[in-house]
Design a protein around this ligand. Structure first.
Ligand SMILES: *[C@@H]1O[C@H](CO)[C@@H](O)[C@H](O)[C@H]1NC(C)=O
Ligand SMILES: *[C@@H]1O[C@H](CO)[C@@H](O)[C@H](O)[C@H]1NC(C)=O
Ligand SMILES: *[C@@H]1O[C@H](CO)[C@@H](O)[C@H](O)[C@H]1NC(C)=O
Ligand SMILES: *[C@@H]1O[C@H](CO)[C@@H](O)[C@H](O)[C@H]1NC(C)=O
Ligand SMILES: *[C@@H]1O[C@H](CO)[C@@H](O)[C@H](O)[C@H]1NC(C)=O
Ligand SMILES: *[C@@H]1O[C@H](CO)[C@@H](O)[C@H](O)[C@H]1NC(C)=O
Length: 357
């Protein structure tokens, strides 16, 4: 055996692969010598790719300078890696530069993962049929490409769709109609201005939705109610409506940092719902602490303009069972000091572990 680098990485990976049959790494670069892989695996493998013998269904073609999906893909292919690591972007000759999702996937019918991050994938060069028949596909990653819309005709069994940092400005109604198993949708770093009624319809299992770094001017009304983690940071949200989170009975983690929020545009009850575990309102223009449910555990309010600590935000009353479950409270970077905490704050914030002021 030949170790190219970090031999300590080597054994855990293979051990994991042998046990689970699924990849535990997205790249073999720097972990296993390609010459060794080629020497030990007699199975067919596209010339530009690495096919580790321990794991015959995985084809690693990442960081190669490919301009298309290799056309001699073995039919056994289930896990296909064509991504570029961000750190490699200086070395253009090494980069994959795939611009279309080609029909070279035609003979591969058992594809489970397709990883295409940091390529040049373009919406108008997406041959929709290329993915349509991949009924086993559960991960499709195309972060950091040039997509202008979410691809249509995605396979119905998809569990994760990662399309962060593209140029997506619209979602065609009906795109997600059949994607009942999708649990994770990443759309941060795109150009979405709004999300209309039918656009996310069908996502009945979605638990994580990342819409940070878009051009939203309000919290979209029609998001799937199953969502547990909703990330909306870095959008210019001027106003939050009273009932905007009312339909989200499962919402636990809400991120709204860097949104330009002002206290007078936030209704006092808007965050007062008991499913909430973590709330990030840092880097806004709040002058008061909003009312939060007593069940909240993590509250981030750093870098706002808060001047008073009003205990009724956390505790409407204090008693044996009425107290705030806050564990971490960040108030640093506000216009407040420790001396401003009311003397009895510890009776309300009874289980606090860290407070930053
Ligand atoms: C990617 O390939 C296209 C042609 O397929 C070419 O025009 C473009 O310059 C290439 N980009 C990079 C970064 O290599
Ligand atoms: C698919 O398989 C057929 C029959 O083996 C072969 O002729 C064809 O070239 C293959 N197509 C691709 C895109 O690999
Ligand atoms: C998809 O499957 C259908 C039905 O099996 C077939 O007619 C069609 O040619 C396939 N499309 C592609 C792009 O493989
Ligand atoms: C969705 O997931 C369920 C449960 O794992 C599975 O039975 C079903 O076949 C999946 N749907 C599709 C379209 O793959
Ligand atoms: C907040 O929610 C709790 C629990 O649903 C409720 O009892 C309370 O009246 C609400 N409003 C305020 C200001 O605490
Ligand atoms: C704290 O907030 C409550 C409810 O918004 C308000 O009635 C009360 O006057 C505030 N107390 C202080 C000291 O600002």
């Amino acid at each position: 055996m030949h170790y190219k680098r970090s031999p300590q990485h080597y054994f855990p990976i293979l051990f994991f692969i042998l046990l689970a049959g699924e990849p535990s790494v997205l790249s073999l670069q720097g972990r296993i010598d390609p010459a060794w892989i080629r020497a030990t695996n007699p199975q067919a493998c596209p010339q530009q790719c690495d096919c580790p013998i321990q794991w015959p269904t995985a084809i690693y073609c990442d960081q190669r300078g490919l301009t298309d999906i290799p056309h001699q893909l073995p039919e056994r292919t289930q896990y296909l890696f064509l991504q570029v690591r961000k750190i490699m972007t200086f070395f253009c000759s090494q980069r994959n530069n795939i611009s279309s999702l080609s029909l070279f996937l035609t003979n591969v019918t058992d594809l489970r993962w397709l990883i295409l991050d940091h390529n040049q994938l373009q919406s108008d060069k997406l041959e929709q049929a290329a993915l349509q028949n991949q009924t086993q596909l559960c991960y499709f990653f195309a972060n950091n490409n040039h997509l202008r819309s979410v691809p249509n005709h995605l396979p119905a069994g998809l569990k994760q769709l990662r399309l962060a940092y593209n140029q997506i400005s619209s979602i065609n109604p009906g795109t997600f109609n059949n994607l009942h198993n999708l649990t994770l949708l990443l759309l941060q770093g795109n150009r979405l201005q709004t999300i209309a009624g039918g656009e996310l319809k069908g996502l009945v299992s979605l638990t994580l939705l990342d819409l940070s770094w878009n051009l939203l001017s309000s919290v979209p009304r029609h998001l799937p109610p199953s969502v547990q983690q909703l990330y909306l940071s870095n959008n210019a949200l001027s106003i939050l409506n009273d009932d905007i989170f009312a339909g989200f009975l499962n919402l636990k983690y809400l991120r709204l940092s860097h949104c330009g929020l002002q206290s007078h545009n936030i209704p006092s009850e808007v965050f007062n719902f008991t499913s909430l575990v973590e709330l990030d309102l840092s880097h806004n223009k709040l002058t008061a602490i909003p009312t939060v449910p007593t069940t909240l555990q993590y509250l981030y309010l750093e870098a706002n303009e808060i001047q008073v600590f009003n205990m009724t935000s956390f505790c409407r009353e204090v008693g044996p069972l009425s107290y705030s479950r806050i564990q971490v409270l960040r108030l640093d970077g506000n216009k407040m000091s420790y001396q401003q905490l009311p003397p009895d704050w510890v009776f309300c914030l009874r289980v606090i572990e860290s407070i930053y002021l």
